[in-house]
Design a protein around this ligand. Structure first.
Ligand SMILES: Cc1cc2nc3c(=O)[nH]c(=O)nc-3n(C[C@H](O)[C@H](O)[C@H](O)COP(=O)(O)OP(=O)(O)OC[C@H]3O[C@@H](n4cnc5c(N)ncnc54)[C@H](O)[C@@H]3O)c2cc1C
Length: 361
């Protein structure tokens, strides 16, 4: 189990709205390359807790990796939430926070593509990183549909205004305020997206908003490779690997190794797996099928993405192109995702002797 994490000093905490703040980190030169990231990726942070030692949570980077911006996450308070309120109430310049390196696949493969970006509330965090980066380095057009409760809840309002003024030919930002227009319906979202049916879409926000966008894009025949979404959920466990967690993880691995044939789907021989990741193709024909796809790829030195390892987040998601797998646990993919072939590699073991997956979905 990879427990790589770093204590990062907080340079500054910026109050973005009444209930959202950005946390700006300082990165020492000797760990800088561990914090290289792509727009849309997230950090996993360890928030101290009297009850559990720590609460692990993911927060997307709002900064852009191609601009001269320090590493920044943006956190919105969740009503009765633990970690988001702790961060907004306790962090200040000079604090420190334990953080795992960036992760995630919610990132454009082509910065020159035309992008249709949907954000709801705090879902704007990865969206602004993608927009900032594509505007600075890409050539395509960018349309942002940003839904909020009311004007005071709009995060980065001033920055959206400035970017729109700076890139009038390339950027359109549409603010949708529930206080003015009500919640955006699926019909309204679909009518909006219909104007941009050749664009590549990225969507992040509350579950009902994401569902409505997803249904709309499917109805408009956006192909799977042009539909991306990031779900904000809290991790149930602790990927930082303290003593208790390591013990549990070891027990779980032992259980997997001890599984007898009655638990394990009958596979006549080793599994052949082909995996496409970041433009590289990997093929292995000695996968026993006992460990998860993620564990197997890691054992082969493949830099496969992951975060929670518990089926709570979608950092490890791949698209299954050939074969079938069984997922032990899934808190994050819905029926539509599954129908699209999306699977969590941290939870998947093979049911067939040939698997072909891609992380480029
Ligand atoms: C990939 C990804 C990216 C994300 N990016 C962002 C982002 O950019 N911005 C953003 O705002 N959110 C983001 N999120 C959501 C974020 O990770 C959290 O889910 C969100 O902030 C809510 O967490 P919370 O602890 O405040 O609330 P909850 O998770 O609802 O808090 C309640 C939970 O905390 C536990 N708890 C209560 N008290 C304690 C205690 N004392 N010690 C330990 N546990 C306790 C409870 O048992 C309960 O499980 C992202 C999520 C994912 C998966």
């Amino acid at each position: 189990m990879d427990t790589e994490s770093y204590i990062l000093p907080v340079r500054e905490v910026i109050r973005e709205t009444a209930d959202a703040c950005s946390v700006v980190f300082d990165i020492a030169d000797d760990v800088r390359d561990r914090f290289d990231y792509k727009p849309g990726q997230f950090l996993t942070v360890a928030v101290p807790s009297d009850q559990t030692g720590l609460a692990a949570r993911c927060y997307s980077l709002s900064s852009s990796p191609v601009l001269d911006q320090p590493l920044t996450i943006t956190v919105k308070r969740t009503v009765d939430g633990y970690a988001s309120n702790w961060i907004c109430d306790n962090l200040a310049a000079g604090s420190t926070l334990r953080v795992m390196p960036p992760s995630g696949i919610f990132t454009p493969a082509d910065l020159d593509a035309d992008l249709l970006l949907f954000a709801g509330g705090s879902g704007v965090t990865p969206i602004i990183s993608i927009a900032r980066t594509a505007l600075a380095r890409g050539t395509g057009k960018i349309v942002v549909f940003y839904a909020n409760r009311d004007q005071d809840s709009v995060i980065f309002a001033e920055e959206w205004r400035k970017l729109s003024a700076e890139y009038p030919e390339r950027l359109i930002v549409v603010h949708w305020l529930e206080s003015v227009q009500g919640l955006p319906s699926q019909e309204q979202l679909q009518a909006f997206a219909a104007n941009f049916s050749t664009y590549t879409s990225f969507c992040c926000g509350p579950a009902p908003f994401m569902k409505a966008v997803s249904v709309s894009l499917r109805a408009l025949d956006f192909p799977r490779e042009r539909r991306h979404q990031e779900k904000f959920v809290s991790l149930g466990g602790n990927p930082f690997g303290d003593v208790e967690e390591l013990r549990k993880a070891e027990e779980e691995i032992a259980e997997v190794d001890d599984r007898d044939e009655s638990d394990t789907p009958a596979l006549a021989g080793p599994v052949t797996i082909e995996a496409e990741l970041d433009g590289e193709n990997y093929t292995f024909d000695d996968y026993s099928g006992k460990e998860t796809i993620l564990e197997f790829l890691e054992s082969k030195g493949v830099p496969a993405p992951f975060s929670c390892r518990e089926g709570n987040c979608s950092a490890c998601a791949c698209v299954l192109l050939e074969g079938e797998v069984e997922m032990a646990h899934n808190d994050v993919l819905d029926d539509l995702d599954l129908a699209d072939g999306i699977r969590l590699t941290c939870q998947s073991t093979p049911l067939t002797e040939k698997l072909k997956i891609t992380y480029n979905g």
